[in-house]
Design a protein around this ligand. Structure first.
Ligand code: SF4
Length: 437
């Protein structure tokens, strides 16, 4: 059936409630008409490329459940596509709503097409990563048209959103060279754009040819995730001129995209001290007109390599509570290596905890349901019911079963054994004798 709209935003503005809007509204426990209005305004993005037939659509917006993204893909040093596919499926099972394929080695198209054919989660890419390997030419040899052609290739392949670092210009190149930023640019895509601009002396092609990019995105309904090349890479760089200048330019591009009915999200920091996160969310909302905010962390300290899933979850929970809509997961391998299966799992669980904690704080309908069920199950020491509510039941079961109480009091756990407060209180309130010794 041919559709009489280009993008979800175009449909929403024509008053059409699409199949995707109906599915998302049901998941969010809201009226489809209310969701349509939010999509029309740009406050919710439904990243749904018309060629991604396996997609189970999700909405991204601060008034909806907080979504999480998992980055995967092969690199020169870890190029096992089967292993990456296993990570994808495990990520989807654990509740990831989005997968970004950041492959930077070999022929990336078969893996991308397999993802689109099989993966129900939203799929994102960073086309500039693929440009060098697609053409097998060095960065400086690529032309602006080459970059546009790779965006089109990803759009045709069915990618739901693309990260494009449109917000840096030759002014940013001068700014970075003249300012004493501790970590310069730490965004991989951003550093490639910066390097290309430095080597060629030309303007950022993703900025200069933004209208051509909008044509491609409108044709396939690809959401643009406006990349933050200048996201702070350490606490000392947080909320500095480079970051805010770029954000302001991204705000202009949000309006240009919306004029053409192209959906957008805006990417955000980075490494940010806890006390600056709320202000960062407010600045983004103001400068970017309420477009959904996709945060990469924020990591609240720089000194915990090996534990950055925790530093990011702390920042992510606070960011989402203050308006971020979408959290990019961070694994314990961040800053150290390509994550393995276990790192991926730990990163996802940490992000899910952050997203869930924020949803409770936001008071979303039904957000606390599982927590209340958990409390009821703990109150009666019903272990199976507790596992059924757990974000990671497998780990919870494994820990309990490996360390059961020795004295046969299996209704308690080995933390307190017969001193179990829950058991004592249940017995006391029932006027039962409490045997401790
Ligand atoms: S033994 Fe202690 S930790 Fe375990 S369920 Fe009872 S009160 Fe909770």
């Amino acid at each position: 059936m041919s559709r009489n709209y280009t993008t979800q935003m175009d449909a929403a503005r024509q008053g059409i409630i699409t199949r995707e809007m109906e599915i998302v509204a049901a998941k969010e426990k809201m009226a489809a008409e209310d969701l349509r209005a939010l999509v029309a305004e740009g406050k919710v993005a439904i990243c749904a490329n018309k060629n991604h037939k396996a997609l189970n659509p999700e909405g991204v917006g601060s008034m909806l459940r907080t979504k999480i993204n998992v980055n995967l893909g092969v690199s020169r040093d870890c190029k096992d596509y089967d292993l990456e596919m296993q990570k994808v499926m495990s990520a989807v099972d654990l509740g990831a709503e989005s997968i970004m394929d950041l492959s930077s080695h070999g022929n990336t198209q078969p893996f991308r097409r397999k993802l689109v054919a099989e993966c129900p989660a939203m799929i994102g890419t960073v086309p500039i990563y693929d440009s060098v390997i697609h053409y097998q030419r060095d960065l400086a040899e690529l032309t602006a048209q080459d970059f546009l052609d790779v965006i089109r290739l990803h759009a045709e392949d069915g990618v739901d959103f693309v990260t494009l670092h449109c917000g840096i210009t030759q002014d940013t190149v001068r700014q970075i060279r003249n300012q004493s930023r501790k970590m310069n640019i730490v965004s991989r895509g951003g550093s490639l754009v910066f390097a290309w601009m430095s080597m060629t002396g030309e303007e950022n092609p993703f900025y200069e040819y933004f209208d051509e990019i909008l044509d491609i995105c409108a044709e396939y309904d690809v959401t643009i995730s406006l990349g933050d090349a200048c996201r702070p890479g350490c606490l000392a760089d947080a909320t500095d001129n480079c970051q805010i200048d770029e954000l302001s330019r991204l705000g202009e591009l949000v309006e240009r995209a919306w004029k053409r009915n192209v959906q957008v999200m805006v990417e955000g920091p980075g490494h940010v001290p806890l006390n600056q996160i709320a202000a960062n969310m407010e600045i983004q909302k103001t400068l970017c007109h309420g477009a959904p905010f996709y945060v990469l962390g924020p990591l609240v300290t720089d000194i915990a390599p090996g534990y950055d899933h925790i530093t990011a979850a702390i920042g992510g929970a606070v960011a989402a509570m203050h308006g971020a809509a979408f959290l990019c997961y961070v694994t314990p391998a961040e800053h150290l290596a390509l994550p393995n299966l276990d790192d991926v799992r730990q990163g996802i669980i940490a992000s899910k905890i952050a997203a869930h904690a924020a949803d409770i704080a936001k008071g979303l309908p039904g957000a606390r349901e599982a927590d209340d069920k958990m409390a009821a199950a703990r109150r009666v020491l019903d272990w199976e019911a507790q596992f059924a509510c757990a974000l990671d039941a497998e780990t919870a079961q494994r820990i309990r079963q490996s360390r059961m109480p020795e004295d046969g009091h299996s209704e308690t756990c080995s933390m307190c054994g017969k001193f179990c407060a829950v058991r004592s209180m249940n017995k006391a309130l029932n006027h039962e004798y409490i045997d401790i010794l």
